[in-house]
Design a protein around this ligand. Sequence first.
Ligand code: 26W
Length: 818
Amino acid sequence: MFQLMDGFMTNDPMSLQKDILDHVEYTVARSRFNFDDFEAYQGLSHSVRDRLIERWHDTHQYLKRKDPKRLYFLSLEFLMGRSLSNSVINLGVRDQYADALNQLGFEFEVLAEQEGDAALGNGGLARLSACQMDSLATMDFPAWGYGLRYQYGLFRQVILDGFQHEQPDYWLNFGNPWEIERVHVSYPVKFYGAVEEKVLEGKKCHVWVPGETVEAVAYDNPIPGYGTRNTINLRLWAAKPSDQQDMEAFNTGDYINAVINRQRAETISSLLYPDDRSYQGKELRLKQQYFFVSASLQDIIRRFKDSHSNFDDFPEKVALQLNDTHPSLAIPEVMRVLIDEEYLDWEKAWGIVSKIFSLTIHAVNPEGLEKVPVDLLGSLLPRHLQIIYQINFLFMEELKKHYGLDYNRLSRMSIVEEGAVKNIRMANLSLVCCHTVDGVSRLHLATLKTRVFKDFHEFWPQKFQYKTNGVTQRRWIVVSNPPLSGLISRWLGTDAWIRDMDLLLGLRDHAEDASLQEEWMMVRKVNKIRLSEFIEAMIGMKVSPDAMFDVQIKRIHEYKRQLLNILGIIHRYDCIKNMKESDKEKVVPRVCIIGGKAAPGYEIAKKIIKLCHAVGEKINNDSDIGDLLKLVFIPDYNVSVAELVIPGSDLSQHISTAGHEASGTGSMKFLMNGCLLLATADGSTVEIIEEIGNENMFIFGANVQEVTNLRQNGLGVKKSLQFARVVRMVREGYFGFKDYFKSLCDTVEDSSDFYLLGNDFESYLEAQAEADKAFVDQKKWTKMSILSTAGSGRFSSDRTIRDYAQNTWGIEPCKCPS
Ligand code: 26W
């Protein structure tokens, strides 16, 4: 019988110093008397990694013994960002390490800057997964994350002459101390080939004879909880050639080609697809999906079988969460394993499958829903196609019983889309098989129910729920904004809010307290100075920290309306330009900051980036304007840039056309940091308004109902002269590149203005004017800022995860003793 004990590691500064130096010498292989910042970072991170591994082992031993129901979170994307600061804070050893480093002549912050981002995801969905992993660990839930270990993460954005260029992100080049390679944890994953029917013991069986086999090797990434010993695992799979692959070629003597062919297996996990808009039926993408799903399920089923002799208890022990439909091949895969490999009959297998899967949808539009051409699926995964057809057949029978021969409805709800190209609708497959389908905000669920999934909601209303997204305050306040974190704890008299965000409400009582206000403004100023130094280092522009920092950072999309922001900036520029000298004193100086990546094939988004640079070029070099207005584009926006920008922002923009943003999570990070929001009533903003109050935000624009009406009645009803004027300035070449910007201007011209920029422009300018007015009164502004932070508690991912645990997954905390 093993005994749990606190680890062997000690955390006093002397031991930590020795530990770091040992790693510099023996792991990094540098002299302990002569090493640079990067080598110090490596030594430091290996020392932290040891502590993570210790807790990680204890957690797994404990869970193995307790055998609770586990959650398996399947996601094709995780945007983890950096790990060092987050790890030492969650482990509670930040100050000890800082002391130890000081004595060695290093500064913790400087070393933390050496780390590159793990950017294995595109945007909202991927960062949400990372926040949720942090909450799962912190609240002691027995959970595993599963995903893909891409060799190349999201591309690096390089700006040349104002144009976006993409460069590979080979993030593993300098090693990754945060992962543990598990060469012995590997599974074969099969592709192509054919299905043979056989009779075994009088029963018809299907045997899939694959045409290709690739090996999946596990890389484990420990995720430490805050204020708990629990450390959970994010297991990412890398593709390696399989021993079974191409033996034929070796045997026939074609040694060189056989070796080269084997290397091709690795391409499966080589790159992250950089498009987060629409699904293109690409074979490699489908291979990635199946590869990670198959490996994960082999791992999950092996773990289950270690302690169970049959599958009766599977639904009591396993919850499988599909992060959007990307991992939905897990459904036919579980059916296949249970029927073809475990010899369960269809009904029994279906009884299990229909109890274990849940799905979260992150898209609003039907274009975001995945469809896989039947031919492609049938060639890559012949047995899965058979199973999907059978699921669909039984589903159609069920529908006929309920609705009769309503063929329109049947064809809308069918998993198989008929047409010139036959497709499998992954969303329909998931809706049929999952016990619960979650939207990511209240408004999002309403949209799903009335639009994309109307038929399914009518048939299975009880399946539909929503869990409004949240973000982790550990990373988005404690790690990224230490001065604010300290201030909050001092005023609340406790740091318990780090695990219980509702406590922030306590700040409301002090919102008008002059000394809190003063300290609050100081903290904000420090962060703004840090941000201005960053801007100067990045793009060589000096900006005044006394100006209002007005920020929009997120992926570039037409629906997110960065173009509305830029047109508003042009309007502001035009006004200042035409102002009497004496009036200029009344202008609130602004630094407008925009950042974000455009999908490489998304032409209009790339033009928006270029327009931002062209307008910036003009404004920033205009001596009539001086410090009254600056426009900054921050290149290569990623998680670590967000950690720096968000705490230093005064105002942030979340201005999507109402009905298009499923939730939005950036807004929550700004809110927690006391940044005021200028926003439309879209996604989770509707719920933020309820918590913070309209009077503490700048809300503008058409709401969802108005958007629907406007589109039905034809667009461009309420176009302002001001809007026409700024678009004309772009069109007529005021900022150069006249021909290049033509198609961009066309997207907002009268009848084609689908995202209603023209309609919302006036109300946008009014909201901006309100923000100016509030900023002049710094007392009022600071009060609004304190109330923003105070009301942000509901948007912690802890709340989201607790809700999922209770109402979707049916799992309970399992706390490893310390
Ligand atoms: C198959 C192509 C593709 C890939 C990714 C389509 C769609 C996606 C994602 C679902 C896009 C995404 O990240 N959605 C965002 O998810 C966030 C977390 O729930 C929400 O806050 C955002 O509103 C939503 O756009």
